[in-house]
Design a protein around this ligand. Structure first.
Ligand SMILES: Cc1cc2nc3c(=O)[nH]c(=O)nc-3n(C[C@H](O)[C@H](O)[C@H](O)COP(=O)(O)OP(=O)(O)OC[C@H]3O[C@@H](n4cnc5c(N)ncnc54)[C@H](O)[C@@H]3O)c2cc1C
Length: 376
C-alpha cells in the first residue's frame, strides 16, 4: 500500500514540501495537501497592494494550478488534528496518515492587544486593501506603524512599510506635512544583523523617520486615535498601520502539539514529540524568524527526512535555518540580508546595500516560486 503523507496548510512550507515530495517520489506515495483557501499569495504582495502598486485581484495564485504527480489538493477547513492517531478532521471528512506535517502558519491574535481588532492594519490582504483606500485621501499628519508584540511575521516588513510610505508621500508632494513613526518591541529593525539594522536606522534618519525600539504595544484606541505602548507612553496618530500579534491556529489547542501558543519541535529535525508528526513554518518554534523563506527551508529539511525514511535510510539532519530576506527601501531599490540561524543562540546576517539590481533578485524570488509551484 502507498504511504500516505498528509500536509496541513498550503503556504510557503506546505507548497514547497509537497513539490519536493512530488519531484522525488512522484506517484509512489499519496500526498494530500489541505488548505481552506482556493488561492495563495506572497506576504510581501500586501505592501504592493497597500501602496497601489498591485491590485488585490492580481496577486492570487490559484491552487487549481498546483498540479504535481502523487499530490492531491483538497480545499477544506481543518477542524481537529489528532497527532497520536495521525488523524485529521475537516469540514468535509476525515483523513488518516502515515506521516503528518503541520504547516498551518500563524493566525493573527487580534484579541491579544486591546483595540487592535478595531484598528487599521496591513498584515491581512483586506487590511492592506483598506489602508490603500485610506491613503488615497490622506494628506497630512502622523503615520504610526506599530508592532504589537514579538514574534511577528517578517521582521523587516514594518521598516519596509515606513520606507515605502516615505516614498509614497514624497511622490504625492505631501511628505513635509507628514510624520512617520515606527514602534517595535525588538531593540533594532533586524536584530540578527547589526549591519542591516545600522543601515536601516541611517535610512530612517535620512528620511526623518523615527524608530522607537523595545516598545511593545499595550493597546490602541481607534476612536480617539491613540496608541499606548507597554511602558505607558501614548502616541496620537492620524493613520495607524498595525502589526498584529500571532499564534499557531487556535484549532490546534487540545491537540497536545502546542506550548505557549506555537507547536514545539526539535529545531534541527522539525519533529514534534509525536512519532511521524512534523511541524514547519510560522506555526512552529523552529528556531528562526517567522518568514516564508524559513518555512521553505524547513520544508526542504522535512522532505529530505521523509524521503530518506521511506527509502529505509537514516534521516540526515538538514534544517539549517538560513534564508535571504529582501528589504524594500522605496524608490524601486531593494536591500538584502542573508540570515543564518544555524546556531539559534548566535544568529548572524550578511547585508547587501539596496540597489536596483537587487529588485531583479526579488522579482526572481517571486516568479521562480510561482513557476515552480503553480506552473505560471
Ligand atoms: C506584510 C508581510 C510581508 C512579508 N514579506 C515577506 C518576505 O518578503 N519574505 C518572506 O519570506 N516572508 C514574508 N512574509 C512572511 C510570510 O508571508 C510568512 O512567514 C509565510 O507565509 C509563512 O509560511 P507558512 O507556510 O508557515 O504559513 P502560511 O504561508 O501562512 O500558510 C499556512 C496555510 O495554512 C492554511 N490554514 C491555516 N489554518 C487552516 C485550517 N484550519 N484549515 C485549513 N487551512 C488552514 C492557511 O490558509 C495558509 O494557506 C511577509 C508577511 C507579511 C504579512
Amino acid at each position: 500500500m502507498k504511504k500516505r503523507i498528509l500536509v496541513l496548510g498550503a503556504g510557503f512550507g506546505g507548497l514547497e514540501l509537497s513539490t519536493r515530495l512530488a519531484e522525488t517520489l512522484g506517484e509512489s506515495v499519496e500526498v494530500t495537501l489541505i488548505d481552506r483557501n482556493d488561492t495563495f499569495y506572497f506576504g510581501f504582495s500586501k505592501l504592493d497592494v497597500m501602496f497601489g502598486l498591485k491590485t488585490p485581484e492580481s496577486i492570487h495564485l490559484p491552487y487549481a494550478k498546483f498540479l504535481k504527480p502523487g499530490v492531491r489538493f483538497r480545499q477544506e477547513a481543518i477542524l481537529a488534528v489528532d497527532p497520536v492517531a495521525k488523524r485529521v478532521t475537516t469540514d468535509r471528512g476525515t483523513y488518516e496518515a502515515d506521516v503528518l506535517v503541520v504547516a498551518l502558519g500563524a493566525d493573527y491574535d487580534f484579541a491579544a492587544t486591546p483595540g487592535m481588532a478595531d484598528a487599521t492594519e496591513f498584515y491581512t490582504l483586506d487590511g492592506a486593501t483598506k489602508l490603500g483606500e485610506l491613503l488615497k485621501t490622506f494628506t497630512r499628519g502622523r503615520v504610526l506603524i506599530s508592532v504589537a508584540s514579538s514574534p511577528y511575521k517578517c521582521p523587516p516588513a514594518p521598516s519596509e512599510a515606513a520606507l515605502m510610505m516615505h516614498d509614497y508621500l514624497s511622490t504625492r508632494g505631501i511628505r513635509s506635512a507628514c510624520e512617520i513613526i515606527i514602534t517595535n518591541p525588538l531593540p533594532a529593525p533586524v536584530p540578527p544583523s547589526p549591519e542591516t539594522s545600522r543601515a536601516l536606522l541611517a535610512a530612517f534618519a535620512e528620511r526623518d523617520i523615527a524608530f522607537i525600539g523595545k516598545a511593545g504595544l499595550k493597546s490602541v484606541d481607534a476612536r480617539r486615535r491613540v496608541a499606548t505602548l507597554a511602558d505607558n507612553r501614548e502616541f496620537t496618530y492620524d493613520l495607524f498601520l498595525g502589526v498584529p500579534a500571532i499564534r499557531a491556529p487556535k484549532m490546534l489547542e487540545g491537540s497536545g502539539l502546542l506550548e505557549n501558543g506555537f507547536v514545539t519541535v526539535k529545531p534541527k529535525t522539525l519533529e514534534t514529540r509525536f512519532p511521524d508528526v512534523y511541524a514547519i513554518g510560522d506555526c512552529a518554534k523552529q528556531g528562526t524568524p517567522k518568514a516564508g523563506v524559513f518555512a521553505e527551508g524547513a520544508a526542504r529539511a522535512v522532505a529530505t527526512a521523509i524521503i530518506a525514511r521511506l527509502n529505509n535510510q537514516e534521516a540526515p539532519v538538514t534544517h539549517r535555518g538560513t534564508g535571504s530576506c529582501y528589504i524594500e527601501y522605496g524608490a524601486g531599490r531593494i536591500g538584502r540580508v542573508d540570515i543564518d540561524f544555524s546556531d539559534p543562540e548566535n544568529p548572524t546576517g550578511v547585508y547587501y546595500e539596496p540597489s536596483v539590481a537587487l529588485r531583479a533578485d526579488k522579482d526572481n524570488f517571486g516568479s521562480s516560486r510561482r513557476a515552480r509551484w503553480f506552473g505560471l
